[in-house]
Design a protein around this ligand. Structure first.
Ligand code: APR
Length: 320
């Protein structure tokens, strides 16, 4: 059996980390594609030279021609620009929409059957546009945000309660913006929901509320610290978990931006919901029950995503 092929479009901070993690986990052979001359080749060679030390087998190829992604099994897209301090993810729409157009063409021409994970921001709008530009089947393209947002929430919770991150589960619904919806009722430690843990005195309500808010602004917190770019370790780890679930048919239930066709009363948008990822791509979209407060927060998040889609259609009328 030959190795799987993983194409990384964008070989910047996240792309380089993805390439390293995919090798360490022996997910397949890796193609790094970027418009920056020498960068994908240099990063590929550097990581390949680490393989003898860590003892993993994976071939690396750097490329600046889309032909190199031919017949990739998985494609992870980070091409575009990240935000700088003071910018919101939405400020990136104009530049990154153009990038999605060229990436979509490349995928359409060379790897129309790949499972595609988009990371480029503003996430929910860029994955929507990339599906349109690439013509991919809706179940073969997702946006990575929920795994990352949930991981941030899990980290804060584990630290506050002094328990292993492994036993903390959490999920976040909605768009990848500051009005995302961390679902407190569906998050907890080893099956004990957060509201019960508050009653048990493990966590005060105030502290929990502050962590929900910190999760919503988690990306901005890293941007403010780094000053020259945005988060890359946790975003890369999150996308790798999704790729692994597809490649190994693990059928993990993960939050991700998926194409909705009526679920949650939404039609034609990509937005963060729990999904099952297996060999067929998005195998199930899971509809959880929302109370009135959660629904109101979700509606607000949906409205933000709709606003971004409208902006995309205005910039590029072919998307309308
Ligand atoms: N085609 C291919 N690659 C491109 C293109 C393009 N049209 N335009 C830009 N790139 C490449 C850049 O050359 C750069 O190497 O995309 C890479 C982006 O890398 P970084 O600037 O390091 O950004 P990164 O931190 O990896 O984030 C990428 O993910 O989280 C989001 O908001 C973030 O949209 C940003 C994306």
């Amino acid at each position: 059996m030959s190795r799987k092929k993983i194409a990384l479009i964008g070989a910047g901070q996240i792309g380089g980390t993805l390439a390293h993690l995919a090798g360490l986990k022996e997910l397949g052979d890796i193609v790094l594609f970027d418009i920056a001359d020498g960068v994908p080749q240099g990063k590929g060679l550097d990581i390949a030279e680490s393989a003898p030390v860590d003892g993993f087998d994976a071939k690396y190829q750097g490329a600046s021609d889309y032909a190199a992604i031919k017949d990739a099994d998985v494609i992870i897209v980070t091409a575009g620009v990240p935000r700088k301090p003071g910018m919101s993810r939405d400020d990136l729409v104009g530049i990154n929409l153009k990038v999605m157009e060229s990436v979509g063409q490349g995928i359409k021409t060379y790897a129309p059957n790949a499972f595609v994970i988009c990371i480029t921001n503003p996430l929910d709008a860029m994955v929507w546009a990339l599906q349109k530009f690439s013509g991919l089947a809706p179940e073969k393209i997702v946006g990575m945000a929920g795994v990352l947002d949930s991981a941030r929430f899990r980290h804060f919770l584990a630290e506050a309660m002094d328990v292993s991150v492994k036993d903390v589960s959490a999920f976040v619904l909605g768009g990848h913006g500051d009005d995302m919806v961390p679902l407190v009722r569906y998050s907890g430690v080893a099956g004990i929901p957060l509201p019960d843990l508050v009653k048990m005195g493990w966590l005060s309500q105030d502290k929990l509320d502050a962590m929900v808010e910190r999760t919503r602004k988690g990306g901005g917190e890293i941007v403010a610290l780094l000053k020259t770019g945005s988060a890359f370790y946790a975003p890369a780890a999150s996308a790798i978990a999704m790729a692994e679930s597809y490649l190994k048919d693990k059928k993990r239930l993960l939050p991700a931006a998926a194409h909705l066709s009526g679920q949650y009363g939404i039609d034609g948008l990509f937005i963060g919901v729990p999904i099952v990822i297996g060999a067929k791509g998005v195998e199930r979209i899971v509809e959880v029950d929302l109370n009135a407060d959660e629904q109101a927060m979700f509606d607000k998040s949906i409205a933000s995503v709709e606003g971004l889609i409208a902006a995309c259609k205005q910039i590029n009328p072919s998307l309308a």
